[in-house]
Write a protein that binds this ligand. Structure first.
Ligand code: SF4
Ligand code: SF4
Length: 382
């Protein structure tokens, strides 16, 4: 059994192949970033973001350290999101007007999906094709889900980038686990079903209005009703604590694991995508180091004390280096795990997955990361 590191070993032998791999990621991200910026930005900024993504690919291939370089990329994506949207998480509480910059968020797709379908039904009935608008994002989501599935949550989502980066900061958990392993792990699925139904009943984006920390001031449902405002503020502060404090205290991704309806949505639809983390049971000693390392509570103990990877795995790769027997790997059902030679090396499940994930994350980040770099340049040169 081999892992990614053995495909592209560190050292001169893998340098040119790694460079090629980095270039293969850089080019499509640059094309996407250039198309998205539409000539409004200097080419320097899309180029810089694409180079960052391409370098991430190069270092992953050259060193074999998927999760380490993924985390740097993911943190950069989340940071650029916060920079471009004027640090909305912090400033919204004090400067409500800044919320005009809050982005249209992919997380809203899941809990409001029935609303989109109903709007589409109305559009069909009335012939008003302008109502296709809300579904545009849904089509994009479907495309990205087919390409990387659940990995969206560890390679592209700006919320996930905040949660993931904070969980990596402490050397060890202050609170070993706020919950017994696996308890409440299905709560986001129940929350999703609840939100889908209530959102449809009121034809409102209920998650955005009641839970999203980014909407802490400007989007209140009843701005004149103090008691409703207090309930909304309480729920949003709880979500904010799960996003910021939870990961720092537990080294786990508490917001993504227990509160994000999009994570539950993606756990279901992610089955459409073939990439998986698999365990070679014969090589596994049952030490549970992988479950300990998993920031998503996505590994449970199965038959004979061996780990089972659940649908909540979002292919971050954190468990791979934690395993002392190298029993974990990226895989595709049915793919042969033998060493490939020549051009087939580039078609290995590991390589295909990292390519798909970085191109998707890079293209999505191109919506705001080049603009964030421009904002930073303006601040520095002002
Ligand atoms: S099982 Fe491994 S790859 Fe999946 S979420 Fe947990 S640490 Fe990440
Ligand atoms: S860390 Fe490796 S050996 Fe230990 S339980 Fe997980 S897969 Fe098995």
């Amino acid at each position: 059994m081999r892992n990614f590191a053995k495909i592209m070993p560190a050292g001169g032998r893998g340098f040119s192949g790694s460079l090629l791999f980095g270039a293969a990621v850089f080019v499509p991200v640059l094309l996407a970033a250039r198309a998205i910026s539409g000539g409004e930005l200097s080419l320097v900024y899309p180029f810089a973001w694409s180079l960052f993504t391409g370098l991430t690919a190069f270092f992953i291939a050259y060193t074999g350290r998927v999760s380490f370089y993924r985390r740097i990329f993911f943190a950069g994506l989340a940071l650029s999101f916060l920079v471009h949207f004027k640090s909305a998480l912090l400033s919204a509480a004090f400067v409500p007007s800044c919320m005009k910059d809050a982005p249209f968020c992919h997380i809203a797709i899941a809990p409001s999906f029935f609303n989109y379908l109903y709007q589409q039904y109305l559009a069909l009935m009335s012939g008003d094709w302008k109502l296709w608008g809300p579904l545009t994002l849904a089509f994009l989501w479907l495309f990205f889900t087919l390409v990387i599935g659940r990995a969206w949550c560890s390679w592209a989502c700006f919320y996930g980038g905040i949660d993931d980066s904070l969980s990596a900061l402490p050397r060890k958990a202050l609170i070993r686990s706020i919950l017994p392993a696996g308890a409440f792990r299905d709560f986001p699925a129940a929350l999703l079903i609840f939100l889908l139904l209530v959102s449809l009943a009121y034809m409102l984006p209920v998650y955005c209005l009641w839970l999203c920390p980014l909407k802490m001031t400007a989007a209140f449902l009843e701005p004149d009703d103090a008691s409703i405002r207090r309930v909304q503020l309480g729920l949003m502060l709880f979500a904010l604590a799960m996003l910021l404090a939870g990961p720092l205290l537990t080294r786990k991704r508490t917001f993504c694991s227990f509160l994000c309806p999009f994570g539950a949505w993606q756990a279901f639809w992610g089955r459409l995508n073939p990439f998986r983390i698999s365990v070679e049971k014969a090589a596994c000693s049952g030490c549970s180091a992988c479950a300990e390392a998993c920031p998503m509570y996505a590994i449970r103990t199965g038959e004979g004390g061996k780990p089972e990877i659940t649908a909540y795995c979002n292919l971050c790769g954190e468990c791979l280096p934690a395993c002392p027997t190298k029993a974990l790997r990226y895989s595709v059902p049915g793919a042969v795990a033998e060493e490939s030679a020549g051009v087939l090396r580039f078609l290995s499940p590991e390589k295909c997955f990292v390519f798909s994930a970085l191109v998707t994350g890079g293209a999505f980040g191109a919506l705001f990361a080049p603009a964030a770099l421009r904002d930073l340049a303006h601040i520095i040169t002002r």
